[in-house]
Ligand binder design. Structure first.
Ligand code: NAD
Ligand code: ZN
Length: 389
């Protein structure tokens, strides 16, 4: 991949604008790329153990070569690291090493590392610069771009956080070669989402290139990351704080988050739940008369070929509406959904419980009635955490 030209996607947000730079082998030159972003030699490199074992030494070497004084902060891998306790640990290191307003934090890892590093950067001395160096597909196409940072609370996922933009996103697609296959496939669900919400041509590209993507072939992989970042950057530029248009990024996540929550955040990883959501929310949109059956079948076909599941078991329908009620997309008791009208175009509309109930029944018959609104309001899904992104 190293012969491929560098790609730059601008994230245009006034004085908070930054570049998303994409280049195979970029990690080896990360130090040289920071000179315009900080005047302080101190860099905190936040990462997790899995990523550290593969990429930390090379990153530190590049930083030292460029004249920086890096301090590694190595965290345990996984969602359980996204806590306020972790933030305290990061802040302790920064304070002990006398990090200043100009000192920079570098997030080297997946979405978990990006979210905690961004949040620590947002609050240390009321904000220090940070750079995202994402190493999972989810992080390269989604979480590193757009400025949502934060941690989970025991009563809700992503309940605590801040909008805080990085000053650059530096993507090295070569890091994806060591990603576990399951994480790779889960990331493809977010990629498919971009085609559905914004770009039919991209969706068609994915239909054609899915075998090559599953083999991690360089050209389609780079195109997928670049196009996904372009779409996300465009949506975020239009609505940074999710008051309106940014909601379209939640397509597939209303049902996806509910399924994750019902599974207690075990057994089903985020992208896998989103894959199911992409198909089932299209099916629901078709039931509401918003799109034709052919839209649902195209989405189902691509999701299946990517190796993702698209089925929900009938048993889970009983609690699904209840779980959907506990998402931040609920306004005044109505769930605000994102619905495809065709591939490449979605609309944002609330959905009533009765409509959802009729859809459940049309799929699975009478036994699949969801709980009533009153019951579902009284009995939240009490699992580890609720989904919010
Ligand atoms: N901020 C946002 O806008 C946003 C958007 C989407 C998701 N998220 C958040 O992102 C998190 C999920 O991110 P994720 O899917 O990247 O999970 P993750 O950060 O937990 O990474 C998944 C696993 O892959 C490992 N890993 C990372 N890079 C690797 C590599 N190159 N080679 C081998 N192993 C590697 C990690 O150690 C971890 O075990 C969730 O907490 C979610 O809430 C945030
Ligand atoms: Zn997602």
């Amino acid at each position: 991949m190293a012969g491929v030209a560098e790609q730059i996607v601008p994230m245009i947000l006034g004085e908070r604008s930054y570049d998303i730079v994409l280049h195979p082998g970029l990690l080896a030159t990360v130090g040289d790329r920071l000179s315009a972003l900080t005047t302080s030699p101190k860099i905190g490199v936040v990462t997790d153990r899995h990523v550290a074992s593969r990429y930390l030494q090379g990153t530190l070497r590049s930083l030292c070569k460029a004249g920086y004084d890096p301090t590694p902060i190595i965290l345990p891998p996984g969602e359980q690291t996204k806590t306020l306790g972790t933030i305290t640990k990061i802040l302790d290191v920064l304070a002990r090493h006398k990090f200043e307003r100009q000192s920079l934090l570098l997030a080297l890892g997946g979405g978990v590392i990006g979210d905690v590093t961004g949040f620590a950067a947002a609050i240390y001395q009321r904000g220090i610069p940070f750079v995202q160096v994402p190493t999972t597909l989810v992080a390269q196409v989604d979480s590193s771009v757009g400025g949502k940072t934060g941690v989970d609370h025991r009563l809700g996922k992503n309940l605590i956080g801040a909008f805080y933009q990085p000053c650059a996103v530096l993507i090295d697609p070569l890091t994806l070669r060591t990603l576990p296959r399951r994480e790779w496939i889960a990331g493809l669900a977010e990629v498919i989402k971009y085609g559905i919400i914004a770009d039919e041509e991209f969706f068609t590209f994915l239909e054609q290139e899915i075998p090559a993507l599953l083999k991690l072939e360089e050209e389609p992989v780079i195109h997928v990351i670049k196009r996904s970042c372009e779409i996300k950057a465009q949506v975020v530029a239009a609505d940074e704080r999710e008051s309106d248009r940014r909601r379209i990024l939640n397509y597939g996540h209303t049902i996806g988050h509910a399924l994750e929550s019902l599974a207690g955040y075990r057994g089903l990883i985020h992208g896998e739940a989103v894959g199911i959501g992409l198909v089932q929310e299209a099916d629901l949109a078709c039931h509401m008369g918003l799109c034709g059956r052919e839209v649902v079948e195209r989405i189902r076909g691509l999701v299946q070929r990517a190796g993702l599941s698209e089925q929900i078991s009938p048993a889970s329908f009983r609690s699904l509406w209840g779980a959907m009620q506990h998402d931040k997309k609920v306004v005044g008791g109505r769930v605000i959904g994102v619905w495809p009208v065709r591939i490449g175009e979605v609309v944002i509309r609330p959905i009533e419980q009765q409509v959802c109930a009729a859809w459940f029944q049309s799929k699975y018959g009478r036994g699949s009635r969801p709980p009533s609104g009153r019951q579902s309001g009284k009995r939240p899904v009490r699992r580890k955490a609720r989904a919010r992104r």
